[in-house]
Write a protein that binds this ligand. Structure first.
Ligand code: SF4
Length: 279
C-alpha cells in the first residue's frame, strides 16, 4: 500500500525556502518526510562538527541572554571555534547593550511567533527579539565560514518571513499594538565576522510585498500537484536527496560550495535541532 503524504499544517522560512529552491526537495522533506539519504557536503565529519558547534554557540548565547554569568558560560566554549565565537560575542560593541543593559531592554531570546497564513500557520523561531527606544530588533546569529552578500541575505525567506511575521504576530510584545514595519530591523550577526553585521530595516511597502508573496506561496503549496526537480543542478550537489533524484552520488565539496554559492545555509542552525546544555 502506498504511504499517504504527510498532512502539512505549518510553514516556516526553511520549508518556504526549500519550496522556492526546489519543489521536489520541499516534497521529499516536508510531505514525504524522507530522512536524509546522503550527506550534503564533503568533508563530512568536519562539517558536522561545525554545525554542532554552531548549535552549541546558539545555546551559549541564549544562556547569557537569560542572565547566566559570562564566566560560567565561558568554560563551555571549549573548542577553538567556540572560543573564538564566544570571545567575539563578548567583545562585540554592537551587542554590548544586550547583556550590560538588559534591564533597560525587552529581550526575548528564542521567541516563537506564529500567525495564520492561508490554510497553514506560519511559524518562526527567533534567536532574539530586542525592544529598544521604540524599535524592535530581530537578531540572528550566524556561524558561517564566509560572510554572505547583503543582496543574497535580503532575498532569503528568513529575512522576509521574520520581519513580516513580527508585524503580524508581535503585538503581545508591544502592549497589544502591532509593530509598525518602520519600527523593525533585522540584524544578522556573524560570529566569525563580528564587525560586519548585516542590517535590514523595514518599510510598509516591503511588508506588503513580503506578505503578498507569502500568501501567494501558501496558496501555491496548498494547491500544487507536481513537484519538479530544480533546473539549477548546482543546488543538487549540496542536497541530501541527490542520490534519490539521481543527480549524483558524490557530495559537493564545501570549498567549492563556498566559491560557487553564497550559501552556508546548509549549516544553518535550526532550533528544533538544538539540545539542552546543563549549566
Ligand atoms: S537533488 Fe536536486 S532535484 Fe533532487 S531534491 Fe535536491 S535540489 Fe531538488
Amino acid at each position: 500500500m502506498k504511504a499517504q503524504p504527510f498532512q502539512l499544517t505549518t510553514l516556516s522560512q526553511s520549508s518556504l525556502q526549500d519550496y522556492m529552491d526546489c519543489a521536489q526537495r520541499f516534497k521529499l522533506r516536508y510531505l514525504d518526510r524522507l530522512s536524509y539519504p546522503a550527506v550534503e557536503t564533503e568533508p563530512t565529519l568536519e562539517n558536522e562538527k561545525h554545525q554542532q558547534e554552531g548549535e552549541y554557540f546558539h545555546r551559549l548565547v541564549q544562556q547569557r541572554l537569560i542572565g547566566i554569568p559570562a564566566e560560567q558560560i565561558a568554560r563551555f566554549a571549549n573548542t577553538p571555534n567556540l572560543q573564538r565565537w564566544w570571545e567575539n560575542f563578548q567583545n562585540s560593541r554592537e551587542l554590548k547593550d544586550l547583556t550590560d543593559l538588559s534591564d533597560l531592554l525587552g529581550l526575548y531570546p528564542e521567541a516563537t511567533l506564529s500567525a495564520p497564513l492561508g490554510k497553514y500557520r506560519l511559524l518562526a523561531k527567533y534567536d532574539l527579539i530586542a525592544l529598544r527606544d521604540g524599535k524592535v530588533i530581530v537578531y540572528d546569529w550566524k556561524t558561517y565560514r564566509k560572510r554572505p552578500r547583503n543582496e543574497w541575505l535580503a532575498a532569503r525567506m528568513q529575512t522576509r518571513v521574520y520581519r513580516a511575521l513580527l508585524v503580524h504576530a508581535g503585538a503581545h510584545l508591544n502592549g497589544g499594538k502591532p509593530f509598525e514595519p518602520e519600527q523593525i530591523e533585522m540584524i544578522y550577526w556573524f560570529a566569525d565576522f563580528p564587525q560586519e553585521s548585516a542590517h535590514f530595516p523595514y518599510t510598509t511597502a516591503q511588508f506588503k510585498r513580503d506578505w503578498d508573496l507569502l500568501i501567494k506561496l501558501s496558496e501555491e503549496v496548498a494547491s500544487v500537484s507536481s513537484y519538479p526537480l530544480t533546473e539549477d543542478r548546482q543546488k543538487c550537489a549540496f542536497c541530501t536527496y541527490r542520490s534519490y533524484c539521481e543527480r549524483g552520488v558524490q557530495a559537493g565539496d564545501i570549498e567549492q560550495a563556498e566559491a560557487e554559492m553564497e550559501a552556508e545555509e546548509l549549516f544553518d542552525v535550526n532550533f528544533e535541532q538544538i539540545g539542552e546544555i546543563a549549566f
